[in-house]
Design a protein around this ligand. Structure first.
Ligand code: NAG
Ligand code: NAG
Length: 445
């Protein structure tokens, strides 16, 4: 932890202003900062496993993509009155997300981490209520100790903030504190005290930027079951307690460096995001996730008449853009039509089975051949996302097999995942309620 916490960094951000306020929950009027996104499998992550093989890595990313799909679908069903004729797999546990953000809570500040999550609202971290008499911490996770921060407060029952957790809050009748309980589809859960304390974020230039007091969930540690590797969450959706809503900012964006580069990616907040490029309207502003409308998908770069475009509809007529998913999932009809389109293309090498049945469409080819593979364009309402070959195909470990890096959803939900958004600056403009896609070299931006 750097001792010159907070003040050194303020001058650096030109547009950084905070409204003077005597209220504890002061909200900065305009905050601009760039946070590092650490991929959970990168050497900077506490989950880093230096002996993990490439095969195991592919398998783990597919597993997490599927469990995340399950989670989002479950979440959507429990909120809506949709018919549920699909059984969810109870063996898929919720593992949190893909990109970690580090930030600091309290006075003196302690550094914690949480998954950047565009499909959730609450900010929560693991807390511990033990002091020095506790056993030393096990595992790579840093827990927040509320008793060590002199600015920590618990949120009382009945406050607006507590009430905004509709449906999953309870009141402790003896000390009138606001409790929350989040239950995931595999019956894992986390519960704790809705709290507030001062926050600062670690920025890409190694500084900290103070954002004032924020509400967050202080979850009882240790987490159990599938939650063990969850660690914490930075909710980025449009609900009242998300980081975005609490900061009162209207824009954020992120740019993910290609998966084969070990470097960190960046997330931009407030006055700094890039929201250039084609824009598509956000659907369902009151939902937990960011939905966009997809009109179709085409295969091959030169397709001026959009030949081969087909309609893709899911249950909500939209796709979820989700920061917690690696491989995109397409609902079954769309997926089948996309596969059918691919195998009619003359340029592709011979079709081949994935020896481990992970991906459905693979070709006998080596990495060099990939350059000749056709690109895929996703046609959003008002914008196009042209996927380069690296965002469309993945080399599996067996020499000479390249697979289409997309999954069959098995549910009516389609998700646009991070693998497909490599080297794309994804911008969220919540004032205009649009999402934008700009192809860039994320390592340079
Ligand atoms: C409710 O508050 C009392 C007094 O602070 C505390 O001892 C108890 O553990 C709390 N109950 C829960 C479920 O947190
Ligand atoms: C949550 O609050 C209760 C009092 O209501 C306290 O006993 C408990 O230790 C707190 N839990 C954490 C993790 O801080």
């Amino acid at each position: 932890m750097s001792p010159n916490h907070c003040f050194g960094s303020m001058m650096f951000f030109l547009s950084f202003t905070i409204l003077e306020s005597t209220a504890r929950h002061m909200v900065p009027t305009e905050v601009g900062f760039t946070a590092r996104l650490i991929h959970r499998d990168s050497p900077l992550s506490p989950f880093y496993d230096h002996v993990m093989s490439y095969t195991a890595w592919i398998e783990a990313t597919i597993h997490r993509s599927r469990s995340r799909l399950n989670y989002l679908y479950y979440n959507m069903l429990s909120k809506d009155t949709l018919d549920n004729d699909l059984s969810l797999s109870p063996t898929l546990v919720h593992e949190g997300g893909e990109y970690l953000m580090s930030f600091n809570i309290g006075n003196p500040p302690s550094q914690v981490m949480g998954f950047a999550d565009t499909s959730n609202g609450l900010i929560w971290v693991q807390c511990s209520d033990c002091n020095s008499q506790c056993e030393p911490e096990k595992g790579p996770f840093t827990k927040f100790l509320p008793s060590k921060s002199f600015t920590y407060e618990m949120e009382p029952c009945g406050s607006n903030v507590c009430n905004s957790l509709t449906g999953f809050q309870t009141c402790n009748s003896s000390d009138r504190s606001c409790k929350y309980r989040l239950v995931y589809e595999d019956n894992s859960e986390t519960s704790g005290n809705l709290s507030s304390d001062s926050f600062s974020f670690d920025t890409t230039d190694g500084k900290h930027v103070d954002v004032g007091y924020l509400n967050f969930g202080c979850s009882e540690a240790p987490l159990t079951g599938g939650m063990q590797s969850y660690m914490g969450s930075v909710g980025l959706n449009q609900t009242p307690l998300s980081l975005i809503s609490q900061l009162g900012i209207k824009k954020f964006s992120y740019c993910l460096v290609p998966f084969n580069l070990g470097s960190t990616s960046k997330m931009y907040f407030g006055s700094l995001p890039v929201t250039s490029g084609g824009q598509t309207p956000l659907l369902y502003p009151n939902s937990d996730a960011y939905y966009v409308k997809v009109l179709g998908i085409s295969v091959g770069a030169d397709d001026p008449n959009l030949e081969g475009v087909f309609d893709v509809y899911d249950v909500r007529d939209g796709w979820i853009i989700d920061s917690g998913t690696t491989y995109s999932s397409l609902e079954t009809d769309a997926f089948d039509r996309l596969l059918a389109k691919f195998i009619t293309l003359p340029d592709l090498q011979q079709k081949k089975e994935d020896p481990r049945n992970r991906f459905e469409l693979c070709f006998a080819a080596n990495a060099n051949d990939m350059e000749t593979f056709p690109g895929v364009t996703v046609h959003f309402d008002g914008a196009e996302l042209i996927l380069n070959v690296e965002s469309t195909f993945v080399k599996i470990e067996d020499d000479g097999i390249i697979c289409l890096a997309l999954l069959r959803s098995g549910s009516p939900v389609s998700i646009l995942g991070n693998f497909q958004l490599q080297n794309c600056h994804v911008g969220y403009d919540l004032e205009a309620q649009v999402v934008s896609f700009a192809p860039v070299d994320c390592a340079d931006s």
